[in-house]
Design a protein around this ligand. Structure first.
Ligand code: SF4
Length: 283
């Protein structure tokens, strides 16, 4: 029989759970609810929320009339100028930005006010990065694909997007240190969310101790991609899937054990469906 090992920390994180509950409660109370873009990065969950009434719009396109609607701000925030505009135009704005992301914004603001030049280890275009850029106008984004940095101050503060990988952050921090001989101050803030750090640790164990590893999450989910890349580097037999329909039985032909972990926007019901399907395999 196939041995199935499921990560201890799996399904929604507390930030995503809160955002989804806020939307569900507003819809249940009869509100007309909009979100800007995706509330969370999981196609299945967004489909479910849309099917119970959630609407969305792209802030860079023409806005619908939201004067009689409630707009929910997604878990990883929206740029502050858009938030101000939403507050002007909507009947009500409910901010579901995760407290971990808000805390990073506050810290960045404080360091900026103390004269530090702000760098963020992150991915351009991610919702959280766009929000944090809006907190301090001149935040510079660095990552392995864009590692070149030009410093215009001797006081440097380096932060991380909450869903980035810790090894990559250490690498970038070291690069800064190697270049930073003339810094008068160099502050490094590991602002990677504790939930994603814990999942990173767990996926390493799962990938090492099982024949095959399944990473479950949305195609646009940054932390799912990160977990997949970590697991794949340790176990070639690693697959990233959105849901049970993407499982290929051939993957399991000559294996005895499978480890399952998920990104933070993956609903538990998807994990349960995958477990049920795998338990039918006769390995
Ligand atoms: S991953 Fe962390 S920062 Fe992002 S919503 Fe979840 S708890 Fe908040």
């Amino acid at each position: 029989m196939l041995k199935i090992e499921v990560a201890r920390d799996i399904g929604f994180c507390f930030g995503v759970k809160r955002a989804v509950e806020i939307v569900e409660n507003l819809l249940l109370s009869g509100e007309n609810v909009y979100v800007t873009g995706d509330l969370i990065h999981n196609e299945n969950e967004m489909f479910r929320l849309r099917s119970i009434g959630l609407k969305s719009f792209d802030v860079f396109d023409e806005w619908p009339d939201i004067s009689e609607s409630t707009v929910v701000i997604r878990a990883h925030g929206v740029p502050l100028d858009i938030l101000r505009e939403l507050r002007k135009r909507a009947k009500k704005v409910v901010n579901a930005t995760c407290r971990v992301v808000s805390a990073v914004g506050d810290l960045i603001k404080k360091e900026k006010a103390e004269g530090f030049e702000i760098f963020l280890y992150g991915r351009e275009g991610h919702a959280e990065v766009e929000y944090l850029k809006s907190v301090v106008g001149d935040l510079k984004v660095v990552n392995q694909k864009h590692p070149n940095v030009a410093f215009s101050s001797e006081k440097i503060a380096l932060f991380s997007q909450t869903t980035m990988g810790v090894d990559g952050f250490k690498e970038i921090s070291k690069k800064f240190l190697d270049m930073g001989k003339n810094f008068s101050s160099f502050h490094v803030y590991n602002t990677i969310c504790a939930v994603t750090l814990e999942r990173e640790k767990e996926v390493k164990e799962l990938a090492r101790s099982n024949d095959l590893c399944l990473v479950v999450g949305g195609k646009k989910s940054s932390n799912t991609k990160k977990l997949y890349e970590i697991a794949k580097s340790l176990n070639e037999n690693t697959y990233m899937i959105l849901n049970v329909s993407e499982i290929d039985e051939k993957w399991f032909e000559s294996i005895e054990s499978v480890g399952i972990c998920s990104g933070t926007s993956t609903p538990m019901r998807i994990i349960d469906e995958i477990k049920k399907r795998l338990s039918e395999f006769k390995n």
